[in-house]
Design a protein. Structure first.
Length: 148
């Protein structure tokens, strides 16, 4: 292996390690330290996912994931995350229309390129609240392109 290949390999390894550092801190977690901070962040994550999926606000469904002494931090993180997740999943009519059009275009492009139909490949183009519109547009765009 030559020197430039070795350098490139080391650079790639460093970049991969940097990406494994995890998500940025949850909003508000600076008020906590140590185990309390970890509980807050975990609560935020679960709350965000539940809010995004329109589940009810109930942090106690995760009772086996926090200790009694970190319950309050977990609950606060969960509530903050739930609100943020719920807000991020709400999409108005304009968002839905835009997602449908983006989906249609992506479906057409994938069909024209001979790619397997899978709207999830384009996750960065839609939020959870507009996924159904994107998926419908994608299917229609894919179908229309295949007919041509």
């Amino acid at each position: 292996m030559n020197r430039s290949t070795t350098s490139l390999l080391i650079l790639v390894c460093v970049l991969l390690v940097c990406q494994c550092a995890g998500p940025p801190p949850a909003p508000g977690d600076s008020a906590y330290r140590g185990k309390q901070s970890s509980a807050y962040q975990l609560g935020y994550h679960h709350g965000f996912m539940d809010g995004s999926n329109k589940l009810d606000d109930n942090f106690e469904r995760y009772h086996d994931e926090y200790l009694l002494e970190s319950r309050d931090a977990f609950a606060k993180g969960y509530q903050t995350g739930h609100e943020a997740g719920y807000r991020s999943s709400a999409a108005d009519a304009a968002d839905q229309d835009r997602a449908y059009q983006y989906g249609y275009d992506a479906g057409q492009t994938d069909a024209e390129n001979g790619s397997r139909p899978d709207h999830r490949r384009h996750r960065r183009q839609f939020g959870t609240g507009a996924e159904s519109s994107f998926r419908e547009g994608y299917a229609k765009g894919w179908e229309d392109a295949r007919k041509q």
